[in-house]
Design a protein. Structure first.
Length: 666
């Protein structure tokens, strides 16, 4: 009897079939397919929904104790070399399959409402299905080479979705930036994969770990080379999961439609890097120095994202830097040798951050009815406020997400973030201090977002603020932005239903990871779960957990005093007294400016110099050769008379000249 895992290959194939049908339809019958919005939505929802059903069947089998399933076939062979492809289903993969299909299904429902009036509705749904297929294929890949194939497909889909509104300069530039930065990381990943294959002769995860250990033991591969290869591979997750310094693409990617932010940049694609590091845990566990590098990069990213989010006024970019910070927490866990804790935070974060992004989309959708479709106006919190009365469902779910990400028990974020901080405290206390401080910053900026957006008075009709924002963006108030509606209203059910559904796991799913009885750890690593339960001590847990909650409550309290009660003026306290620090954070640590100067302008300058060399040297040599040939031909043509006597005279003259020459030399 076949198990659900035997049919896991259908999970990425079903969304792919749906994407191919609609994609080929758009190519062949563009106008007709674009009019069939509801049939296309039903088709793709059915494909992703069916994949979700199989994913949950696989997950329940793994929860029931079913062994991992691997099906391989020889894709290419030459002599003794063979390259297997196929799929693998294990506890780690089953969790990711259920997570990706759930978020993808809810985002498709949400998109039906959010993109209802977009002329490219069908193209958007097609891209979503293609992305879902690519991400699911990555999850079930049994080796590094197959992961790399789907890794690149995910990157391609991200490029298409971030630049979906390609007629907007911001979206086009953001897509190019995301593509280029990820290519930098992917180049390192490819070098690492090829180097590991050279060293071990395998692409299999466990085979690479065992092979590299053996190669180091017999002296075939020196230790420094093995560490370098591991770090090369880590460059891929650094870019995909937006780790410092390759994080710069993620905030700009908010130029894409908001459902993309929820699907790709909160729950799935950016989690692919964390997932790959977890897959390679048998390899990285052999090199403590590599783990330290990963932990340090994660801690820097964690703090950097939170510090920049403190000053953001764009709602989506505030959430984007929050995502960067939370991804830093996950990498910190991976570097501390706690992949289960990192994956647990990946799962909890996926639910509440997807809900927060979809909530921001609901707000932006409503704001567009007031200020128009100009992102500078529709996404800026200075034009929001007082939306809770008009949008209660969106406000309540957004508040739940803020509480969850702030680490307040018993919501999901507390259990996963506290587990990471506990592991960091035991491994690298200094990095724990960074994560601890970041927890307070997270609570502050999230409630800052909430109060500026949903509480107070509505500021959307303030023409003075609109004019200032447009002027800052280099636009004028008469550019055609805004048509001033009478009121803001709650979004339609296709947009509010996913919010309500996501609120449930945002509250409850963390209870699966309580340290004294972690069912999540019991699924991914039963030995670790048993050890956690055996060594659990309230005397150790309560001080760390209490400190974590205390720093979060401190951040929330400051946000309440500053933005709800208006008892303190942070602009006067901080921005006025420490303008340098405020400018540093507002300008995103000047990292974009540094990249612009070093890489963008630097590459343009180099290109101009290469062009000069090409024009003056290379073209000069080619042109000189042509002129010499032309000149010599013009001169020699006068010697082509056709008279034998003239030719004999030339030969005689040449002989006389040679005699004179040799005589002189002699």
């Amino acid at each position: 009897m076949h198990s659900a895992a035997d049919y896991a290959w259908l999970i990425p194939v079903l969304p792919l079939i749906g994407a191919l049908i609609t994609g080929l339809g758009l190519i062949s019958f563009n106008r007709t397919i674009n009019r069939l919005r509801k049939p296309v939505a039903v088709l793709l929802l059915s494909c992703v929904g069916a994949a979700a059903v199989i994913s949950y069947a696989v997950l329940f089998e793994q929860l029931g104790g079913a062994p991992p399933v691997e099906h391989l076939f020889v894709w290419a062979s030459a002599g003794s070399f063979s390259l297997p492809m196929g799929f693998v289903v294990d506890p780690l993969g089953s969790v990711m399959l259920a997570l990706v299909t759930t978020i993808a299904f809810l985002v498709l429902i949400y998109s039906h409402g959010y993109m209802a009036h977009d002329k490219s509705y069908v193209r958007f749904f097609t891209y979503l299905a293609l992305f879902s297929s690519s991400m699911l294929g990555l999850v079930i890949s049994p080796n590094l080479l197959e992961i790399y194939v789907f890794w690149e497909l995910v990157g391609m889909c991200s490029y298409l979705l971030v630049g979906f509104w390609y007629d907007r300069d911001g979206a086009a530039h953001a897509a190019q930036k995301a593509f280029i930065v990820n290519r930098v990381g992917d180049f390192g990943l490819l070098l690492g994969i090829l180097g590991l294959f050279w060293a071990t002769g395998s692409f299999d995860f466990q085979g690479i770990a065992d092979g590299l250990s053996a190669a180091m033991s017999n002296g075939t591969v020196p230790g420094w080379a093995a560490i370098a290869l591991c770090l090369f591979v880590f460059m891929g997750p650094m870019a995909k999961s937006a780790q410092f310094p390759l994080h710069v693409w993620l905030p700009d990617a908010m130029e894409g439609p908001t459902p993309i932010s929820a699907l790709i940049h909160a729950a799935t694609m950016v989690a692919a890097g964390v997932f790959l590091v977890a897959r390679l845990e048998p390899l990285y566990a052999q090199f403590p120095s590599v783990g330290l590098v990963i932990a340090v990069v994660g801690a820097i990213t964690c703090f950097l994202g939170a510090s920049i989010a403190l000053t953001q006024m764009d709602l989506k970019k505030g959430l984007a830097y929050s995502t960067v910070s939370q991804l830093g927490y996950m990498m910190l866990a991976m570097g501390c040798g706690a992949p289960v804790a990192g994956m647990f935070h990946l799962v909890t974060h996926a639910f509440f951050k997807a809900m927060l992004f979809l909530g921001s989309g609901s707000v932006i959708h409503a704001m567009e009815d007031v200020v128009g479709h100009e992102p500078v106006l529709a996404q800026d919190m200075r034009l929001m406020g007082g939306l809770r009365q008009k949008m209660p469902i969106t406000a309540i779910t957004f508040l739940i997400g803020c509480v969850a990400i702030s680490g307040i028990p018993p919501l999901a974020g507390f259990w996963s973030k506290d587990e990471i901080l506990g592991q960091a405290f035991n491994t690298y206390p200094l990095l724990w201090a960074v994560g601890f401080l970041t927890a307070g910053m997270t609570a502050f900026y999230m409630f800052r977002l909430y109060f500026l957006t949903f509480e107070g008075e509505f500021r959307g009709n303030d023409k003075t603020i609109q004019a200032e924002l447009l002027a800052t963006a280099g636009k004028s108030a008469d550019d055609g932005h805004g048509h001033h509606a009478e009121s803001v209203h709650e979004s339609a059910w296709p947009m509010t239903l996913p919010l309500a559904v996501l609120a449930v796991p945002s509250v409850l799913i963390g209870l699966l990871g309580t340290p004294w009885n972690s069912r999540f750890a019991g699924l991914l690593n039963p030995e670790e779960a048993a050890e956690m339960a055996e060594h659990f001590s309230w005397s150790e847990f309560l001080p760390l957990a209490g400190a974590s909650v205390a720093i979060s409550l401190t951040g929330i309290t400051i946000a309440v005093l500053a933005y709800a009660l208006h008892r303190i003026d942070l602009g006067e306290l901080v921005a006025a007294r420490v303008p340098t620090l405020n400018a540093f954070l507002a300008n995103k640590w000047y990292l974009d400016a540094i990249n612009e100067k070093l890489f963008v302008r630097g590459s343009r300058k180099l290109a101009r110099e290469v062009l000069e060399v090409d024009a003056k040297v290379v073209d000069g040599v080619v042109n000189l050769t042509g002129l010499l040939t032309l000149g010599s031909g013009e001169g020699l043509k006068y010697f082509e008379t056709g008279r034998v006597q003239f030719y004999a005279l030339i030969v005689f003259g040449g002989v006389i000249a040679m005699v004179v020459l040799f005589g002189a030399l002699g």
